[in-house]
Design a protein around this ligand. Structure first.
Ligand code: ATP
Length: 504
């Protein structure tokens, strides 16, 4: 499906209130054909809400959306699709059991010509080729890596006729190499006359890969349509949230002869389909230490975390925490010994989205009986939640508010507030700063360091090399389910990258 290219999109004076809360107050910017426009702001600033107005998820209380000089009424998602506006969300909207082409057919129920499998597949293939991306339209989504799923989603949205594409933190779960390839594809999209709105917290991407920026602060546009060429990362960060320090390599708290805390030997674990996920993994994590696990996503990292937490049964191997075997311990016993887990996919694995914020904060403590055995005080839960919300700067949250309504970054802060509690001894942190703004990243890094300075330890699994290099005392590299090498925390990106792709 192709639509004529657009010239200009104007979002003017958009306001959105939810009950008493004003989330957007006179926000807007303009997007030209051929442009990559970065939409920035700290967690909870209103970026997703603004894009939800553009894609018909919400209807604005005030303001207008003008496409090529014509006001357009976008009151439901189908209206946005009809105007050629498409969005790739942080959590992809693909049915895992279907192939990529079948997913396109499903999404294209109003497009008769895309209802044939061969046509849908060909359209996807052509779209991918135009962007310089590889994609197998007949592959089952469940078998694809994160980066492949994202390519599938982008090609699907473009095949549906998007000429304005919104990408919400598209590189959050990609490695540096995957991010570079995606950013190049984004540039190619713009070169063919599309308009791209890029939401990201990675300021180096903004400076290197966008033409203009618009910055939201507490729902207001504080700077719009600024040419990126004239801005530095520090200036952008300042416009977003005042003075913030860029993340620096953190000094180690490693105690010279720190006792072993978490020791895994010969760990083997399989995926549900029986394929090997974790193969003969050995990990030794000492008091005061942050050990980073670098690697291309989908190489067994999630299963390693789950095996350590007791969420995935191990086929063989042993596991000790502080000298005691926990190989046969349940998840709640492991938590009782101080093992904590920050999973990469918070929505699927860490939060009950329909429950109030206070319940999500208390979940684990209620389970362990810490909030009382016979009777749990609702008032106490609410007070504890309010304290956590204030301490961890979870903006937009109230103890009784539904967790689903938190912005992505604030939902992540909620998970961190619960998991990095006083009883945490070892934190298994998978992409802990995913979706967080620069200031909040600094706070998380400090919290992980604080854990090590009181004698705890962190296993940090991340696809983001910068995060691994900023925090780790030692770096393990994971490839095809195995730990393929170990490097000191001071290793360069080139050294780590070489091991990640199978070098020595
Ligand atoms: N349906 C809703 N009802 C009530 N509040 C909402 C609703 N949708 C969003 N909000 C609130 O609006 C504020 C802005 O959220 P939004 O998701 O737009 O922020 P964001 O800039 O995208 O943040 P992040 O970078 O963390 O993803 C948040 O405080 C959020 O809790």
């Amino acid at each position: 499906m192709s639509q004529a290219d657009f010239q200009t999109l104007h979002l003017r004076g958009l306001c959105k209130r939810f009950g008493e809360r004003t989330v957007l107050d006179n926000a807007g910017f303009e997007l030209n054909s051929g442009e990559v426009h970065a939409l920035l702001g700290e967690n909870g600033a209103g970026k997703s809400t603004l894009m939800n107005l553009l894609t018909g998820v919400y209807v604005p209380d005030q303001g207008e959306i003008v496409l090529d000089g014509q006001p357009c009424s976008i009151r439901k998602p189908a209206d946005a699709t009809a105007h050629g506006i498409g969005m790739v969300h942080q959590h992809y909207r693909l049915v895992e059991r279907f192939s990529v082409a079948e997913n396109l057919i499903l999404a294209a129920d109003r497009v008769p010509e895309l209802q044939r499998l061969s046509v849908a597949a060909k359209t996807l293939q052509t779209t991918a080729e135009q962007l310089g991306l590889t994609l197998d339209p007949y592959a089952r989504v469940a078998d694809l890596s994160v980066a492949e799923r994202q390519r599938a989603e982008i090609c699907k949205v473009l095949a549906l006729g998007a000429r304005i594409l919104i990408l919400d933190e598209p590189t959050a779960v990609l490695t540096d190499a995957e991010s570079a390839s995606l950013l190049a594809a984004i540039q190619r999209m713009a070169n063919t006359g599309k308009g791209v709105i890029l939401i990201t917290h990675k300021l180096r991407e903004v400076v290197g890969h966008s033409d203009r920026v618009t910055i939201l602060r507490q729902g207001k546009t504080v700077a719009s349509n600024l040419s990126t060429g004239s801005l530095t990362q520090a200036q952008i960060a300042h416009l977003m949230m005042g003075d913030v320090a860029a993340p620096q390599r953190q000094p180690s708290n490693l105690q010279p002869h720190g006792a072993d805390l978490l020791v895994a030997v010969g760990l083997n674990a399989s995926r549900n389909d029986g394929s090997t996920a974790v193969s003969d993994v050995a990990i030794r994590l000492r008091r005061g230490e942050i050990v980073g696990v670098a690697g291309v996503g989908g190489h067994g990292q999630a299963q390693l975390c789950e095996a350590l937490m007791g969420l995935l049964p191990v086929d063989s191997g042993s596991l000790q925490l502080d000298g005691f075997s926990i190989s046969n311990s349940s998840v709640s016993q492991r938590r009782g010994y101080g093992l904590r887990y920050i999973p990469a996919d918070r929505a699927a694995n860490a939060l009950a989205l329909e429950l109030p914020v206070s319940d999500n904060l208390a979940l684990t403590q209620v389970a362990s009986g810490r909030k009382g055995r016979l009777w749990i005080s609702p008032k106490g839960l609410s007070q504890d939640a309010q304290k956590a919300i204030t301490e961890h700067r979870i903006t937009g949250a109230s103890p009784q508010g539904v967790t689903r309504l938190l912005s992505g970054g604030n939902a992540q802060k909620l998970v961190l507030a619960r998991e990095l509690d006083q009883d945490c001894v070892v934190a298994i942190a998978h992409s802990p700063t995913r979706g967080l703004d620069v200031k909040s990243c600094g706070t998380v890094h400090a919290a992980l360091r604080e854990l090590t300075s009181r004698g705890g330890a962190v296993l940090l699994i991340s696809e983001d090399l910068e995060e691994i290099m900023t925090l780790s005392d030692r770096i393990l590299v994971m490839n095809a389910g195995r730990i393929t090498g170990e490097l000191p925390g001071t290793a360069s990106a080139n050294e780590i990258g070489a091991l990640m792709i199978g070098g020595h």
